[in-house]
Design a protein around this ligand. Structure first.
Ligand SMILES: [Fe+2]
Length: 253
């Protein structure tokens, strides 16, 4: 048996939806409560739905009892201040797992390549049910920042760079695609991230928002990409040397 997946995400692992016009919406992300939570890069998170409704961001499988990334429980104190964000997460009508706003401090292209990672959205998810994918709704206006996606983390030719102006909406199979955000700017970037279960509701939502599975790659100089590959290789080597040195110290202790 396999999981229920959406044909729309088959080709590239992501879709870009119609942009959402949030000009008339209050900046709810400025009111909600954030907690320190290190993801990829310098980040904090404000949970809107967590495993059991607490103000925390841990993976649902770390709780007792553990659960898969579905049936998130609304965090009352935060959704009271963010009814529009809650409604946007609920609009597809599919099961919601984790739902939170991420705050990301400015970084570099090299940092984003260093931060590329896969999510573990489907841990404990029973086969035969819907595959968990994630929505990224950009809240702040960051037209010079990009969602960096790679099918192969070490192969820049598999990279897609999706610009993130206010209202940009991208849905990504983040357990398939390596991903991180390159945030150019002086201020933090805010984004609503929601785990949804794949199924007919999410599919209808994608279709209603004219999902496209391939967008033009934002331009970036080949030399910049090559230098980032080299720098990330240097960082990896340094990290491995350091962990080797630690192991030596441990073995001598
Ligand atoms: Fe992630």
């Amino acid at each position: 048996m396999d999981y229920i997946k959406l044909a729309e995400l088959d080709e590239t692992g992501y879709v870009v939806l119609d942009a959402y016009d949030q000009a008339a919406d209050p900046a709810e992300w400025e009111e909600i409560e954030f907690v320190d939570w290190k993801s990829s890069g310098e980040t904090r998170f404000a949970p809107l739905a967590s495993a059991y409704g607490e103000l925390e961001c841990n993976g649902f499988w770390h709780h007792n009892p553990p659960k898969t990334d579905k049936d998130g429980v609304w965090v009352e104190s935060n959704i009271a201040k963010a009814p529009v964000l809650k409604a946007r997460a609920e609009e597809p009508g599919s099961n919601i797992g984790r739902c939170r706003v991420i705050e990301l401090l400015p970084n570099t292209y090299v940092d984003s390549i260093w931060n590329l990672h896969l999510d573990d959205n489907n841990r404990l998810n029973p086969e035969g049910t819907g595959w968990i994918v994630r929505g990224f709704f950009n809240l702040t206006d960051n037209p010079d920042s990009y969602m960096i996606l790679r099918e192969d983390k070490d192969d820049p030719s598999t990279e897609t760079r999706i610009p993130l102006p206010a209202g940009a909406q991208v849905i990504i199979d983040t357990q398939r695609l390596w991903h991180a955000v390159w945030h150019n700017g002086d201020e933090p970037r805010y984004c609503l991230i929601t785990s949804w279960e794949s199924g007919p509701q999410l599919q209808a939502y994608l279709q209603s928002k004219h999902a496209v599975s391939r967008v033009e790659n934002a331009p970036l100089d080949e030399a910049v990409i090559a230098e980032a590959q080299a720098e990330v290789a240097r960082r990896r080597a340094a990290r491995e040397a350091q962990s080797g040195a630690m192991a030596d110290v441990m073995s001598e202790a």
